[in-house]
Write a protein that binds this ligand. Structure first.
Ligand SMILES: [Fe+2]
Ligand SMILES: [Fe+2]
Length: 186
């Protein structure tokens, strides 16, 4: 099966709302490059976290789109309530890319960690993939700061703060509703 930009756009519908065509193109190409370097036939085949595939029961794509929606809703609420000025392009780009690295961290065939997964890990790999795709530091920073488990920098921009909390609220409530314990270690 040919993996294409068109398929990336179909998996992440909010990508079309990135106003800057250059940024939109870079986000699409970053996802496509990570997908092509992975063993996954379909983007939707990857779990949010392969070691917890059964307990989580959600694909990385569905998780990502849920986080994108939470992030956009938070941005809009904060714009109305405290006139917060959020760069919507950066927020969508970072939210769509925040767990991009997961398709490189695990083998598609059996979900076991790859060398990247074991030796570099989540977030660090994502930041590398984003910068290698020539994405702006503002986007890479929000990726770098999003994870309660793996981040080594605190969020320093409105977009990064929103992404971190959107990811956490989506994940915490997903897990709470399923009544499961989930371990995000590799
Ligand atoms: Fe993450
Ligand atoms: Fe996430």
């Amino acid at each position: 099966m040919d993996k294409s930009i068109q398929m990336v756009l179909e998996s992440f519908p909010r990508l079309r709302e990135i106003a800057d065509p250059g940024l939109r193109e870079k986000v699409c190409r970053a996802w496509l490059a990570a997908w092509q370097a992975s063993g996954y036939a379909h983007l939707e085949d990857a779990s949010q976290w392969e070691p917890a595939r059964e307990a989580l029961g959600i694909s990385n794509v569905a998780h990502t789109n849920g986080v994108v929606e939470c992030a956009l809703a938070l941005a809009e609420a904060l714009r109305q309530s405290q006139a917060l000025d959020v760069d919507r392009d950066v927020l969508i780009a970072a939210a769509v890319l925040h767990d991009l690295d997961k398709i490189r961290l695990f083998h598609a065939a059996d979900g076991r960690p790859t060398e990247l997964g074991r030796r570099i890990g989540h977030v660090l790999t994502g930041v590398h993939l984003a910068l290698a795709a020539d994405l702006p530091v503002a986007v890479a920073h929000a990726i770098a700061a999003h994870s309660p488990t793996y981040s080594t920098v605190a969020p320093q921009t409105p977009e990064a703060v929103i992404l971190k909390h959107a990811d956490k609220v989506f994940t915490d409530l997903w897990i709470l509703q399923r009544g499961r314990d989930v371990d995000f270690s590799i």
